[in-house]
Design a protein around this ligand. Structure first.
Ligand SMILES: Nc1ncnc2c1ncn2[C@@H]1O[C@H](COP(=O)(O)OP(=O)(O)OP(=O)(O)O)[C@@H](O)[C@H]1O
Ligand SMILES: [Mg+2]
Length: 223
């Protein structure tokens, strides 16, 4: 499903190149559930953003479902993203001007669904994440954990083939966190959704089928 070859990302300050990602080779098959771990600043979010086509690497090749992402124009990348990828952001990235309901509905608007079909899908999501009572509120009126749940609901409504989640449970209490991890595991096992999550928690990482350790922008091979 995903093939990264020699992916590097760097910034240049005062003529000096600083690597954020360095020579990443990574293959991900459909149906995997991967946990990316590593210290703060090791490049986890950057790698996830590259996978989600939200950030361009400085060098290297990225193939997604056979498409050469590194050669595509912005518009084509965005089309693939909207069709196949759900993204849970580390800092939620909800749209401030839209209500909870409208935020969750957004990905469905790209899918040419009728308004009645969208309504029923969003209602189910509100139920599933127990945020029905919040549907008319704006993100600023929610707690961090509630915003995180809205972000997860939004990433899942369009039934993506690939779910990318950056610290999806970072602001949830432990019971909510376990529920989300169980939900991810069900989506992965029963519906075949491919998942890549970033987590600092060993326990959450264990829900996945493979762990990738990043250190200073490189994948660490553990013996
Ligand atoms: N646009 C950018 N410009 C300059 N430096 C950047 C940029 N994006 C990321 N970095 C740097 O790259 C490094 C990796 O950042 P990244 O956000 O990927 O880390 P992370 O592993 O997700 O950390 P955390 O666990 O704290 O979320 C950091 O040192 C960060 O400062
Ligand atoms: Mg991060």
């Amino acid at each position: 499903m995903i093939e990264l070859k020699h992916i590097s990302k760097w910034i240049t300050i005062g003529g000096i190149r600083t690597f954020i990602l360095k020579d990443i080779d990574l293959s991900i098959s459909q149906g995997e559930f991967i946990s990316i771990m590593g210290p703060s600043g090791s490049g986890k979010s950057t790698l996830l953003n590259v996978l989600g086509m939200l950030d361009e690497p400085s060098e290297g090749q990225y193939h997604f479902l056979g498409n050469p992402v590194h050669q595509l124009k912005e518009k084509q990348r965005s089309q693939i993203y909207k069709q196949h990828i759900g993204f849970v952001f580390q800092a939620y990235h909800l749209i401030d001007e839209l209500t909870v309901y409208e935020n969750i509905e957004t990905p469905l608007i790209y899918q040419n669904l009728k308004s009645s079909a969208r309504q029923s899908i969003v209602s189910d999501a509100l139920d599933r994440f127990q945020i029905v009572g919040k549907k008319d509120l704006f993100p600023s009126q929610l707690s961090g954990g509630q915003q995180q749940l809205v972000g997860i609901a939004r990433a899942l409504v369009a039934r993506p083939k690939l779910l990318l989640a950056d610290e999806p449970t970072g602001n949830l209490n432990s019971k909510q966190g376990e529920e989300i991890m169980t939900l991810f595991q069900e989506l992965n096992r029963q519906e075949g959704v491919t998942i890549v999550q970033v987590t600092h928690s060993e326990k959450n990482a264990e829900y996945g089928t493979r762990i990738i350790d990043l250190l200073d922008g490189r994948i660490e091979i553990k013996s």
